[in-house]
Design a protein around this ligand. Structure first.
Ligand code: NAG
Ligand code: NAG
Ligand code: NAG
Ligand code: NAG
Ligand code: NAG
Length: 898
């Protein structure tokens, strides 16, 4: 048995142990009616995921409405309009054989058209004939959840834990894992609903003594009772914590909320049919409406003794209106009463406990709110045992998320261990080696994992075979009517050669050992087969090995059967079973660590030798009845889903382009509207421009109306661009008019500043020359600046005059960008001289200005580039840092990096 460490500390619970690419863990509680999901990611508050309507649970439905794919309530709401295009209650169909009772039951509660897939499972058909297998439809829902999670995580989400009913067979588990993979996710684990609830329960509690609780989960399609032991983990053995161990499970595969809905609908059907003398069952849409109504009436009857059922125009334009009493409903469900509670007794029985041993019964699952069921459970266990402090809806998904977090090994926490069990007897069979050529082969069957076996276990079977042979793995009992019992067939080959090799090297009576594993997620497989023969070894250790190991095994095998291969189970720890050759001694070998020192030595020696003594055999697993999907099938399914995603993305882009275009048209029309006469748009446009735009606009509206539905995305863009081209000059004029005063102000400021500077600088120069002092500038330099100033002034005077006579609806003659550029030239020339330091002697003229920041003023930069010139040179300082930006590249850069 393998225990898993699950742990957490108090909130904030999660500490990331190792930062890896994907730290998020997604948990999905995939139900018949509802899906709940939760994301575990450091830094993201731990909670259930909300859907786009901020709902905490998502209706388990996927459907199409005129080509648009819908999920959740959006899809479910379409069920009565498009009964063949909305798929619900898919959980029933996971891994279900087409010819099973489950599927015929499904067709009673769902209007969907089912078909048989190549794998003998179920597919569903849309009204246009498109068929989907169940895995694909479930994968769409998983992918939808994945997107919700990724929006919250802000990263790709890959790892997922999905809850399953504990009674799920391998076929059903395969169906889920296939759906997970098609959805682009990776299975961390499947976890039983009840076990997940137990984890959630243990999260916030500390147990001082062992306690047993029953988790009673009444869902839509089944009722499950799980007896769980919570045992404190001693602080001595590491960190204190809780050991959760599933002790027993009882279940009702066919009774649940949906069956109650069906019974309720039956009442409504009869009422309608009697009153109207027509059979509502002939009308699919009517039946879909009644299904929804049945759920509604059932919910009302949970709190009331009677309810009014009312559906407008149920079918054939007939309104349905009728009163239903709780008594009538309960009487229609009378035969189910025993089924509500039987799982509790079964679970206790399997656990070997009585109600006296149970501390409390935790009610979870939507159907656990039904008064009928609650009353039955209360009567069975006593009202005082019912625990009401659990979140019936969300406990499974939250527990599953914690469980997943522990498996991902990314989260460091306090200690919680989980051990779960498998519920079905699993047996292996094989044909005995033929004694004579004509004798009929005898089949030998061995129970390998009896119901109640711990998950995460391996067992080794030992065979005395000389030739290749096959092992068949089956459920001993029928899982459900119409389900196969054969799980897989394993052909082991290369035996003769391997045995020959061992014998040649001195092994006596080599055998074949096959390792069967029951995984943590409840999958059975033959994980390994080897030929093993102890090769004679004359060393002391070799002799010891012969003494403690080989000797005992052959005698025991002889007792099992002289001729026929004997199978012997070896309950072994996951680790030690990998050295399966060492388990040649009796099945108690797994407890060998406590054996005597000499035995220890032997064990060790055997381990060291086991590689030589062992030859790996080829194991080919086939799934003869309901195989999991092949890689190719999954690839194809992924391709189909991706094609829809791509189509939807293209459609979304087109819708957006169309909406933007349409919005633009309306905005333009408002701008052109005759009534608001003096808008800037009107002011800045000419009559003929407006006429052209109006005409184009009218054309566009017409085109949108006629062709909008069939147009391409690019056409919407092109049409908008050509209209924008007409509008652009008008906008430009308006913008220029707005920007002009400031640009002019800026130009004048630099003009003025330069003029002042020149006046003062010339005076100083004159004075300095007179005093024979060093000077910052030469006369030529000042002349040069004056020339630049004059050019600027001339240009400015000329064009500003011209611009003044330009009308608002004419294009400007000078652009504010040019004004700014010219002012900048003047500014630069001025600054070059302004920054100059007084030379000590007649030495260095100018050092590179950019490399030499001067002590800077404290006022700092004043907004934009050259919008505000420095104060006139009469002041002390010029704010250097904003003069051309080049001065501080370093600082800016550093900030960016932070
Ligand atoms: C269960 O209860 C019975 C009777 O009270 C008691 O004898 C027994 O030890 C209990 N078993 C466990 C496992 O606690
Ligand atoms: C036996 O197998 C081993 C390893 O697989 C190989 O090295 C060796 O040559 C084989 N011996 C014979 C006799 O085939
Ligand atoms: C021009 O600049 C001066 C001084 O900065 C300011 O007072 C004035 O309002 C500005 N005029 C315009 C039109 O920006
Ligand atoms: C530039 O400044 C000078 C002096 O202050 C002034 O006489 C002249 O009119 C200004 N030119 C413009 C175009 O503003
Ligand atoms: C001119 O000289 C005075 C006195 O030395 C000084 O304060 C002023 O900054 C100088 N002006 C220029 C433009 O350098």
């Amino acid at each position: 048995m393998r225990l898993k460490n699950l742990c957490w500390s108090l909130l904030p619970i999660l500490a990331l142990v190792s930062q890896s690419a994907s730290a998020s863990v997604l948990a999905i509680d995939y139900g018949t009616d509802w899906i709940k999901a939760s994301l575990m990611k450091p830094g993201v508050p731990f909670d259930v995921l909300l859907n786009k309507d901020s709902k905490r649970k998502i209706q388990s439905a996927v459907g199409w409405k005129q080509g648009d794919r819908l999920f959740g309530t959006d899809a479910a709401n379409m069920a009565s309009r498009f009964p063949n295009d909305v798929f619900t209650s898919l959980k029933y169909l996971q891994g279900a054989p087409h010819d099973s009772e489950t599927v015929s039951y499904y067709t009673k509660i769902s209007p969907s058209e089912v078909f048989e897939t190549a794998r003998k499972t179920v597919g569903l058909k849309q009204s246009d004939g498109t068929g989907w297998n169940v895995e694909e439809l479930v994968a769409m829902q998983f992918a939808y959840i994945k997107h919700l999670a990724e929006a919250v995580a802000e990263e790709k989400v890959k790892d997922v834990v999905v809850t399953v009913p504990p009674f799920y067979s391998q076929y059903e588990r395969d169906a889920i894992v296939d759906a997970i993979e098609i959805a682009g996710l990776r299975t961390l684990a499947l976890v039983s609903d009840g076990t997940a609830v137990a984890v959630n329960y243990a999260m916030t509690r500390t147990f001082t003594t062992p306690e047993y609780h029953i988790i009673y989960d009444a869902g839509a399609s089944s009722i499950v009772a799980t007896v769980v032991a919570f045992t404190p983990i001693d602080a001595k053995s590491g960190s204190p914590g809780t050991h959760i161990s599933v002790a027993g499970v009882g279940y009702e595969r066919k009774t649940g909320g949906s069956e109650l809905d069906r019974r309720m609908r039956q009442i409504l059907i009869e009422m309608f049919n009697t009153k109207n003398r027509r059979d509502i069952r002939e009308d699919k849409k009517g039946m879909a409406k009644l299904w929804k109504e049945a759920g509604r009436v059932k919910a009302i009857l949970s709190a009331n003794t009677e309810a009014m059922s009312s559906v407008e125009s149920l079918a054939w334009d007939i309104d349905f209106r009728s009163k239903v009493t709780r008594a009538a409903f309960e009487s229609a469900c009378g035969d189910l009463k025993g089924k509500f509670t039987q799982p509790i007794y079964d679970a206790l029985n399997e656990a070997g406990l009585s109600l006296d041993n149970i501390t409390s019964v935790l009610l979870v699952g939507g159907a656990s709110r039904t008064p009928m069921i609650q009353a039955a459970v209360k009567a069975a266990v006593g009202a005082e045992k019912i625990a009401l402090n659990v979140n019936a809806d969300e406990a499974p998904v939250l527990g599953a998320a914690f469980y997943g977090a522990s498996l991902s090994r990314q989260f460091k926490t306090k200690n919680i261990k989980v051990s779960d069990i498998s519920l079905h007897d699993i047996q292996a069979s094989y044909f005995a080696a033929p004694t004579t050529a004509v004798s009929r082969p005898r089949s030998i069957t061995t129970l390998i994992f009896p119901s109640g076996s711990k998950l995460g276990t391996k067992k080794t079977l030992t065979f005395k075979r000389k030739e290749d042979f096959s092992i068949f793995i089956d459920y001993k009992h029928l899982i459900a009517p119409g389900y196969p019992q054969r799980i897989l067939e394993s052909e082991i080959t290369g035996i003769a050669e391997a045995l020959g090799n061992l014998t040649e090297r001195g092994a006596v009576d080599p055998v074949v050992k096959a390792t069967l594993s029951l995984s943590d997620s409840g999958f059975i497989s033959i994980s390994e087969a080897v030929a093993y023969g102890e090769i004679k070894d004359d060393s002391i250790a070799g002799k010891l090995k012969g003494f403690f190991g080989g000797g005992s095994s052959s005698s025991e095998e002889a007792t099992a059967s002289s001729e026929q291969p004997a199978a012997r189970e070896t309950d072994s720890e996951a680790e030690s079973s990998s050295s399966s050759a060492a388990s040649a001694s009796a099945s108690s070998s797994s407890s060998s660590p406590s054996a005597s020192p000499s035995a220890d030595a032997a064990t060790e020696k055997k381990k060291a030798l086991s590689k030589e003594d062992t030859i790996k055999l080829k194991v080919a697993n086939t799934f003869p009845v309901i195989p999991p999907m092949s890689v190719d099938e999954k690839k194809k399914a992924r391709g189909r889903l991706r094609a829809i995603d791509i189509e939807e993305a293209a459609k979304n882009r087109k819708d957006e382009a169309r909406n933007t275009f349409e919005g633009y048209l309306y905005r333009l029309r408002d701008l052109l509207d005759e009534e608001n006469t003096e808008t800037p748009f009107k002011k800045c446009s000419t009559e003929s421009e407006r006429k052209t735009i109006t005409e184009t606009l009218e054309d566009s509206f017409l085109w949108l109306h006629d062709k909008g539905d069939v147009a391409e995305t690019s056409q919407f863009l092109d049409k908008r661009i050509s209209l924008e081209a007409l509008e652009k000059p008008i906008i430009h004029r308006y913008q220029e008019i707005e920007a002009f005063p400031q640009a002019l102000n800026n130009s004048q400021m630099w003009n003025w500043s330069t003029r002042l500077f020149l006046t003062e600088a010339r005076q100083n120069l004159t004075a300095e020359i007179a005093a024979d002092l060093p000077s910052k500038w030469t006369k030529e330099e000042l002349d040069g600046l004056e020339k630049t100033l004059k050019e600027h002034e001339t240009w400015l005077n000329k064009w500003v005059e011209k611009q003044k006579s330009v009308k608002p609806n004419e294009d400007p003659v000078i652009e504010t960008t040019e004004m700014k550029a010219r002012a900048k030239v003047l500014e630069t020339s001025l600054m070059k001289l302004w920054k100059r330091k007084v030379p000590k002697a007649k030495k260095v003229k100018v050092t590179s200005s950019a490399a030499e920041p001067e002590p800077t003023p404290t006022e700092g930069a004043q907004g934009g580039d050259s919008e505000a010139p420095p104060p006139p040179p009469a002041g002390d300082e010029i704010p250097l840092e904003r003069q051309d930006g080049e001065q501080q590249p370093l600082k800016t850069h550093e900030r960016d990096e932070l």
